[in-house]
Ligand binder design. Structure first.
Ligand code: ARG
Length: 252
């Protein structure tokens, strides 16, 4: 698993060279920005029927509107998102990527669009702390900071990876793993939805989440950051955040 993660990042860094990403001027002239997300990470990005929705989808739509652009959404499995970005399949990615040094070598990140953390969720009576994870089986989504951080827990049993976060959650519910580590806000919703069956334990780590542009696409990055700042100043951001979380989840 460790090996696979390393290989993926190396591949990503190598792919970063080839073609040229669309600059801000090119995007502006075309009138449409192409944005990629996963569409399977509630409440941040998800498909409801064939309708893409969630905090990040609403936020990116608002940012594009602020930039005077139409949006063409693209959905990709989470693990392919940054690779496709470096192949110029779309202009930017918004899919709850934690800003990590490894990823920042492959892509450029915007200012964080929210702050969060990874937390432990288990069935009632299950592991709640990092120490409790000793010898236990943990489900996580592949290619995530959850995987990275769970692997660092001393004595952790086996870590099972799933292509989708929702599949990792299902494994916990079905009793196939002792715990699931995922986003703390997602965990909160999950525990609520599965009333009485699941409990949320400790936060394992904190992270700042950003949007990604192809490495070196500084003109788009500048506009994206400006649009985010404006949305955070004019109440647009707070309104969307409150709709999904009942609070403002920007980094402070
Ligand atoms: N925040 C975690 C990370 O940075 C998980 C992101 C998962 N996103 C998704 N769309 N499934 O790796």
């Amino acid at each position: 698993m460790m090996k696979k993660a390393l290989l993926t990042l190396t591949a990503l860094t190598l792919l970063a060279s080839a073609a040229q990403a669309r600059t801000w001027d090119e995007i502006k002239k075309s009138g449409t920005v192409r944005i990629a997300t996963e569409g399977a990470f509630p409440p941040f990005n998800l498909l409801k029927g064939n309708q893409l929705t969630g905090f990040e989808v609403d936020l990116a739509n608002a940012l594009a509107k602020g930039m005077g652009l139409k949006v063409q959404w693209v959905t990709q499995p989470f693990d392919n998102l940054l690779i496709g970005l470096n192949q110029d399949r779309y202009d930017f990615v918004i899919a709850s990527h934690g800003i990590t040094p490894e990823r920042a070598r492959a892509v450029d990140f915007s200012n964080p669009h929210y702050c969060t953390g990874g937390s432990i969720v288990s069935r009632v009576g299950g592991p709640k702390t990092a120490a409790d994870l000793k010898g236990k089986t943990v489900a996580v989504q592949v290619g995530t900071t959850y995987l990275q951080n769970v692997q660092k827990v001393p004595g952790v049993g086996s870590v099972k990876t799933f292509p989708k976060d929702t599949d990792a959650q299902a494994a916990l519910l079905a009793g196939r793993t002792d715990a699931w580590v995922g986003d703390k806000f997602t965990g909160l919703d999950l525990v609520k939805a599965q009333k009485g069956k699941l409990v949320q334990g400790d936060l394992l780590f904190n992270e700042r989440i950003g949007m990604a542009v192809k490495k070196g696409n500084s003109s788009l990055l500048r506009e994206l950051n400006a649009a985010l700042t404006k949305a955070q100043q004019d109440g647009t951001y707070a309104k969307i955040s409150n709709q999904y979380f009942g609070q403002d989840i920007r980094c402070r």
